[in-house]
Design a protein around this ligand. Sequence first.
Ligand code: NAD
Length: 407
Amino acid sequence: MSSAYTNAMSQLDKAAAVMKLDPNMHETLRYPNRVVHVNIPVTMDDGSVKVFQGFRSQFNNALGVYKGGIRYHWNVSEDEVKALSFWMMVKCAAVNIPMGGGKGGVIVNPKELSEGEIERLSRGYVQGVWRNIGSDKDVPAPDVYTTPQIMGWMRDEYEKLVGHEDPGVITGKSIENGGSEARSYSTAQGGVYCTIELAKKLGLQPEETTVAVQGFGNAGSHMAKILSGLGYKIVAVTDSKGGAMNREGLDVAAVEAHKAETRSVSGAPGTEAISNDEILHLDVDILVPAALENVITAENAAGVQAKAVVELANGPTTPEADEILKEKGIVVVPDVLANAGGVTVSYFEWDQNVKGEHWSEEDVLTKLEKIMVSAFTEIWETKEQHSIDMRTAAFVKAIERVSEAMK
Ligand code: NAD
């Protein structure tokens, strides 16, 4: 199987060919500026010391400080963080926020660690990378299995090491610790703004538009709830344990309440069961993958019936599946645009921190809408202009901005 980095580079090559990117610039953009490696000794609760391996990839900072989450996962690798940092560069540039691309990770199964061990690991990570981060250098954030609490420990450790306050060193903090309003649902809200624009382009009225959402976690559940509030008909949702469908439209709040009680959407009152495979082939207007990567593949893409796919998850469509969806005339709103609401509000958090401000929820949403709508419009126009898919169009816009700044 091709690696994440190989996939990222094939996407770069595709965009480079469309925009006739200067070969020297193309070559430069194939490599991160640096990858910091750290070995983190952690005293475990039983007194023994275990050493964990961590990374921070700083891909490109031509447009602004490096920006991107830190992932705690047993499968983290240098290849993966390099790819993720490249995609962060593309994402920030595609929506035109003044941030570069970074990503970090630690090889660990956090479910096997106590809270104290996770705190020591998180402080240890910062002890390894503190010279390379800061609100004026590189601003990490939460990602898979890292939380606002972990961001709080990291901020605290960083400030102890540098000897002064720097709340903007990290985003995704709790509101009490310098976080932004609306951050908790900003990824979904950005996806909603994209969906509204997409519906206009496809001539769909909210009340007539059916939507299926795979994954009912932070991103998927907020997406379902907000769209449903706007009148869209959410006909199916799934999570890792199963799914719930009602062709007349789900009562999303009731499904959420059922999940809070039973830890799954499966079996919610008034719904039929649907599997994670079946939801991908449902006859709906809009399909929203909001769980894992690589779910729409060469094997199942031909069966997708939706008019459009809005990628709230990162990397849910493989490059082969992308080609199949394109041939079928299915519009894919790519992850670098559809889920960019998260990093955009992270940028707002950093901006508020460095200016010593705290914006209202209304202010945050107004600014987010402006950024998402103009990015969607611009990427749609680029797609039309070059007769390409929206993913390649997003890459073209992003690489244009980054390469102009590098020149
Ligand atoms: P989450 O952990 O809150 O939710 C994940 C959901 O996926 C859960 O409902 C889980 O049950 C479900 N799931 C797990 N395995 C599944 C399977 N095999 N089939 C179907 N569903 C399954 O995670 P999240 O924060 O909502 O992130 C979801 C996706 O969105 C990820 O790809 C993430 O990278 C992306 N994303 C999230 C954010 C954010 O701010 N939360 C930002 C950008 C991108």
